[in-house]
Design a protein around this ligand. Structure first.
Ligand code: BES
Ligand code: MN
Ligand code: ZN
Length: 498
C-alpha cells in the first residue's frame, strides 16, 4: 500500500481511473451512481458475485482484477450491510478498508461514496475520507531499501466521489485537522528514542506555533526553581535534559477557565536502577504516547479553530540507569510539598505526572484536568488492548469521556478509586511511596496521581495497552495508534465549546 496520499473530492459523475471502489448494500444493492459506472461490466460483476457468494454483507469484499468492458485496473466492491444502520465509526472503518484494498502499484483510485438507499450525508462521506487518511499512514522514514518485488512507494491519488462536493469538503475540514493530529501523535510515538529525546521533542512541539498555539518550554533550571523534584529525579540519570512543555490554545472566551490535558512523556523507559528485562524493552520508546496525544490534540484544536481555551502540558524525561540516577529508597519532595519514597525507579510515570498535575492545577485553575499515560503494565493484563483504563474523581467527566469513547471507537473502561486502595501507597518514611504492590497496580498508580489534583475534576487515562503495540485495525497498520486524539477532540467538541 502506498504511503503518500493525495486525497480529493469530486462529483459522483467523475470518470474513475485505475482502481474503482464501490459500496454495496445487502442483497447486492448498488447506488445509482455505482450502477451507472458499472453498467458495461454488469454481467461480469453478477457472475463474480455469484461465484464468490458475495451478497454485500458488512465487512465482505469482492475484488476483480482488470475487469473486461471497463477501463479499470481493479474493481473492488465493499459490502456495507444495511446502509441505514451505518454509524460514524462504520464510515471511518469503511474508508480504512477501502484504502487497504488499493495495491501499492496503483497511482489512482476512486471511491464512490454513495449508498443504494441514499442517505449518505456529507458527514458520512467526510468520515469515510478520514478513514482513508488514517489507514494510509505508515512510518517508513528509516527504510532505505525495499524488497525486490516490492513496489516503490509513490504518491497515490484517491478521489472520493460524492453527491455534494462543497458540503463534504466543509465537513472534512475539522476531520482533516483531527486526522492530522492523530498522525502527528503516531509519528512521535514511532520515532526512536535516539532521535526523539526530551529537547528534540520540545523543539518539535514548537511547530505548533504556526497554528497559533503558544508554546513555553521550562528547562531543568526553571523546574528546579519550582521545586519539581519528582519529575527531575526521574530524569537525573540521563544525558538528556528533562523538559516541561506548556501549550496554550485560546480559541474560547477571553478569561474563561481552560480545559487541561497532561501527558506522560518518558522518551525512553529503561526502568532506571530497577532496570527492566531486555526482552521487549525497545517498546519503551513509546512511553511518551500520552505526551504525543496531548500534542496531537492541541494541534487538532488549533487547526480546526476550536472555540475553547485549552492547556496542554507534557513532562519530558528519559529514565536511565547511571551513577547519577535516582535509587530505590530515595525520598523526593514534590512541587506540592508532599514527599514520595521511591520503592521502584520503574514506577516513574506517576512521579513525572505528580509534579505536572500540581503545576497545571495551581497555575491555570482549569475546568478539569485529564492526564494520559502509558502508566502500568497491569492495565494491559486487566483490559488488553481494546479499552484504555479510565479513573476519575468526577462522574460527569467520566460519563462524558465514556460517551466520546463510544462515538470515536477509542473506548474506555472505568476502574475504581478508593480509600482502601489509597492506603496501600502510604510510606513508613515519607508521605507516600511510588508503588503499592502487585495487586491492583493500575489503581494504586492512579491513587498516587489523585493525591496531586485536589478538588479539580480530573480523569486519568492509562493508555499502556492502547497507545502503542495494539492490534492492527482497519484504520491503523502502524505500531503507534495515536489513541486519545479523536476521543478528546470529541469530548471538547461535544461538551466544552461555545
Ligand atoms: N512504562 C511502564 C508501563 C508500560 C508497560 C507501558 C508496558 C507500556 C507497556 C511503566 O513506567 C512501568 O514500568 N510500570 C511498572 C510499574 C511497577 C514497577 C509498579 C509496571 O507496570 O510494571
Ligand atoms: Mn517504568
Ligand atoms: Zn514508564
Amino acid at each position: 500500500m502506498p504511503t503518500a496520499l493525495k486525497l480529493e473530492f469530486a462529483p459522483l459523475t467523475t470518470t474513475p481511473k485505475g482502481v474503482l471502489i464501490v459500496l454495496c448494500e445487502e442483497s447486492l444493492k448498488y447506488s445509482a451512481a455505482a450502477r451507472k459506472v458499472l453498467e458495461p461490466c454488469e454481467d461480469l460483476l453478477a457472475r463474480a458475485a455469484a461465484a464468490d457468494g458475495f451478497k454485500g454483507k458488512n465487512g465482505s469484499a469482492l475484488e476483480i482484477v482488470a475487469p473486461t468492458g471497463i477501463d479499470l485496473t481493479r474493481l473492488v466492491v465493499l459490502g456495507v450491510g444495511k446502509g441505514r444502520d451505518l454509524k460514524e465509526q462504520d464510515f471511518v472503518k469503511l474508508g480504512g478498508i477501502a484504502m487497504g484494498k488499493i495495491p501499492s502499484a496503483a497511482s489512482a483510485a476512486t471511491i464512490i461514496a454513495d449508498l443504494a438507499g441514499g442517505g449518505m450525508e456529507p458527514a458520512d462521506a467526510a468520515d469515510l475520507a478520514l478513514g482513508v487518511r488514517l489507514r494510509a499512514y505508515a512510518f517508513d522514514r528509516y527504510k532505505t531499501k525495499r524488497k525486490e518485488n516490492e513496489e516503490q512507494a509513490k504518491e497515490v491519488k484517491v478521489t472520493v466521489a460524492v453527491a455534494g462536493v462543497a458540503a463534504v469538503e466543509k465537513a472534512f475540514g475539522s476531520r482533516k485537522a483531527v486526522g492530522d493530529g492523530v498522525l502527528q501523535a503516531r509519528d512521535l510515538v514511532n520515532e526512536p528514542a535516539n532521535v526523539l529525546y526530551p529537547e528534540e521533542f520540545a523543539r518539535r512541539v514548537g511547530d505548533l506555533k504556526k497554528l497559533g498555539v503558544q508554546v513555553e518550554v521550562l528547562d531543568v533550571a526553571a523546574m528546579k526553581k519550582l521545586g519539581m523534584n519528582a519529575l527531575l529525579g526521574v530524569g537525573q540519570g540521563s544525558e538528556h535534559e528533562s523538559q516541561l512543555v506548556i501549550m496554550r490554545w485560546n480559541g474560547g472566551k477571553k478569561g474563561s477557565d481552560p480545559v487541561a490535558f497532561i501527558g506522560k512523556g518518558v522518551c525512553f523507559d529503561t526502568g532506571g536502577i530497577s532496570i527492566k528485562p531486555a526482552s521487549g524493552m525497545e517498546d519503551m520508546k513509546g512511553d511518551m504516547a500520552g505526551a504525543a496525544c496531548v500534542v496531537g490534540l492541541l494541534q487538532a484544536l488549533a487547526a480546526r479553530k476550536a472555540r475553547v481555551n485549552a492547556v496542554g502540558a507534557i513532562g519530558l524525561v528519559e529514565n536511565m540507569p547511571d551513577g547519577k540516577a535516582q535509587r530505590p529508597g530515595d525520598i523526593v519532595t514534590t512541587m506540592s510539598g508532599q514527599t514520595i519514597e521511591i520503592i521502584n525507579t520503574d514506577a516513574e510515570g506517576r512521579l513525572v505526572l505528580a509534579d505536572v498535575l500540581h503545576y497545571v492545577n495551581t497555575r491555570f485553575k482549569p475546568k478539569f484536568m485529564i492526564d494520559l499515560a502509558t502508566l502500568t503494565g497491569a492495565i494491559i493484563v486487566a483490559l488488553g488492548h481494546e479499552h484504555a483504563g479510565l479513573f476519575a474523581n468526577d462522574d460527569k467527566l467520566a460519563d462524558r469521556l465514556l460517551k466520546a469513547g463510544i462515538a470515536t471507537g477509542e473506548r474506555l473502561w472505568r476502574l475504581p478509586l478508593g480509600a482502601e486502595y489509597d492506603k496501600k501507597i502510604d510510606s513508613k518514611y515519607a508521605d507516600m511511596k511510588n508503588t503499592g504492590g502487585r495487586d491492583g497496580g493500575s489503581i494504586t498508580a492512579a491513587q498516587l496521581l489523585q493525591r496531586f489534583v485536589d478538588k479539580t475534576p480530573w480523569a486519568h487515562l492509562d493508555i499502556a495497552g492502547t497507545g502503542m503495540g495494539s492490534p492492527q485495525t482497519d484504520t491503523n497498520k502502524s505500531w503507534a495508534s495515536g489513541f486519545g486524539v479523536r476521543l478528546l477532540d470529541r469530548l471538547v467538541a461535544d461538551y466544552y465549546e461555545k
